[in-house]
Design a protein around this ligand. Sequence first.
Ligand code: F6P
Length: 360
Amino acid sequence: MSKRIGILTSGGDCAGLNAVIRGVVSRAVDGLGWRVFGIREGTMGLLRRPLDYLELDPTMFTGQILRQGGTILGTTNRGDPFAFPMPNGETLDRSEELIAGYRELKLDALIGIGGDGSMEILRRFAQQGDIPLVGIPKTIDNDIGATEFSVGYLTAVDVATHAMDMLQPTAASHSRVMVLEVMGRDAGHIALSAGIAGGADVIIIPEVPYKIEHIAAKIDRLKMRGRNFALVIVAEAVKMENGDSVKVVHHGGETRYGGIGHYLADNISDATGAETRVTVLGHVQRGAAPSAQDRLYALTFGAAAVDLIAAGRFDRMVAWQNREVVDIPIAEAIDQYSAVDKDGVLVRTARGLGISLGDG
Ligand code: F6P
């Protein structure tokens, strides 16, 4: 029987979201003869009146969508419908309006593409409104433990690795220590992977406590070996040595991680006398065109999510485990936050390669 399904992208954008959308539309419309409705700007599209959505059809896709960064549907990491920020500074529970919006669109099921925060909100909304929901994991932070890869992560690693590739020649030309600050929220996955792949001398992540003296000692050892430059990569959530977080306050008062690169660079200069420069990579890690691997996960997850709906299996998230796409309860996925394993293969590899993690 033909179905009408909704799809939305929620939380911070990342590479591969459009590829997920393509996967869902191809499988649902071409494969099963269903109709797909793309809801604009996360759940916002269901809160607006008239509803803000567009019907998605494979004929709309010109061949570009698979390659395109961002999300054609738009997204937001604000506007929690259970605590919606109002102009007077107060918050309002708008969940019933959201459920009414879903009903108005006459949908049979909803696919939500999001990180753990979005997944939690969407699940609460689905439970309250008795809405059949399927989740697809995306986040450059790769901190959803139930899946080995979330959409967007590998592209972010590629971008950060490419940045390391471009920093090395200029570091060597000027005999400098280059510090690259990357995203990842509270997890050091991007820094660790891009650090290893990009030939970092020092990788500093939130999961491994560091001391400036150890970083300085590593840089001094490189100098003694005749090396005139060094590459340091640091994850944005790393704290200062005294344990304080480094944050930036954006216009309007919102805070985000940012600034630890400058703190490290200043302290490295003080401790070693080296000239340092800092690159804060920021949102280029999110806006790039998806890598081949990210496209594969995106399309596989998209098609698998539609198949879950066809099978009547809801309140589940697709995930990548042991070279397969699987599905698990969303509640379980939200529970399994995954930072870098201090004893895991990549930390062991970094140490084995002589990369300093700043802890000895
Ligand atoms: O969660 C994704 C992420 O890019 C984090 O790595 C980063 O800390 C944060 O979002 C940035 O948020 P915003 O886009 O609101 O600046």
